[in-house]
Design a protein around this ligand. Structure first.
Ligand code: 9D3
Length: 252
């Protein structure tokens, strides 16, 4: 997969893209990332990329010309034509399903917005899709682009080790939150690892983990439970967990 990123701050990407999994994906040739400084696509002395909004109001807006020129220049050489994404607070919310969809593309261009936004003609005539990474205000699209690349790259074949890749399709284990994990020592400052995990009884361990996943999800993200299909066995588990939960609450 090839990712071209258009930004006013290419240096922001250095750390995250030169370490760990993304670094290895690049070394293996599974991922190619090209950073483009938007100012390289300006022609005036001050290398202007923004201007005041027509109609007045505060803040500045990203001018269309440098963005069109950047995308068109990058697009020239690419086959198949890249999918152009604008990172912006008005985009569709990013999630694991969207990441999977993007992982199927050969070429993508990410445009990182800055200032108060971009000229609407960019959205209308240059961009294929607008994506937001969540309901909070960032200072620009750069961190969002890094998040997107990080999530998408994990979906590409050969990026993760075998152990992880078995699980990569599901956001969580079949739509549930993780179970609690422990490592040595078995007793730390008097806090003990649950005995079942030391028992060597794999069937019991599996049972305990599935139960904890349901319990965690019920307590922390009940919204997730409404969206997923549980097996009959898991529904029974969940009812037990809910009953216990009620008992717990009743005692308080
Ligand atoms: C939503 C606030 N906007 C109207 C007052 C101004 C504005 C603030 C910050 C416009 C753009 C930005 C910069 N944010 C992004 O470029 C961005 C973003 C985000 O802020 N939240 C979640 N996802 C994204 S993707 C790009």
């Amino acid at each position: 997969m090839r990712v071209d990123i258009i930004t006013l701050f290419p240096l922001m990407f250095k750390g995250p893209f030169e370490e760990s999994i993304i670094r290895r994906a690049r070394e293996k040739g599974i991922l190619e990332i090209y950073l483009h400084d938007l100012r390289m696509f300006t022609h005036d002395k001050h290398r202007t990329v923004d201007d005041a909004p027509f109609g007045g109001g505060g803040g500045m807006v990203m001018k269309p010309e440098p963005l069109f020129e950047a995308v068109e220049k990058i697009r020239e050489r690419l086959e198949p034509p890249p999918w152009v994404i604008l990172l912006s607070p008005q985009g569709v919310p990013f999630n694991q399903g969207k990441a999977k969809e993007l992982a199927g593309k050969r070429n993508i261009i990410l445009i990182c917005g800055r200032y108060e936004g971009v000229d609407e003609r960019v959205r209308e005539h240059l961009v294929d899709e607008e994506i937001s990474i969540g309901d909070y205000v960032l200072t620009g699209g750069e961190l969002a682009a890094m998040v997107l690349v990080d999530v998408v790259i994990r979906m590409l074949p050969g990026v993760l080790g075998c152990e992880d890749s078995a699980r990569k399709d599901s956001f969580f284990h079949g739509g549930l939150l993780d179970y609690p994990q422990y490592t040595r020592p078995a007793s730390f400052r008097g806090w003990k690892v649950p005995a079942v995990l030391l028992s060597g009884n794999h069937q019991e361990i599996e049972r305990w983990r599935r139960r904890k996943m349901l319990e965690n999800t019920l307590k922390k993200r009940p919204d997730l439970l409404e969206r997923i299909n549980l097996s009959r066995r898991e529904r029974k588990f969940l009812e037990e967990v809910i009953d216990e939960y009620k008992v717990e609450k009743g005692r308080k």
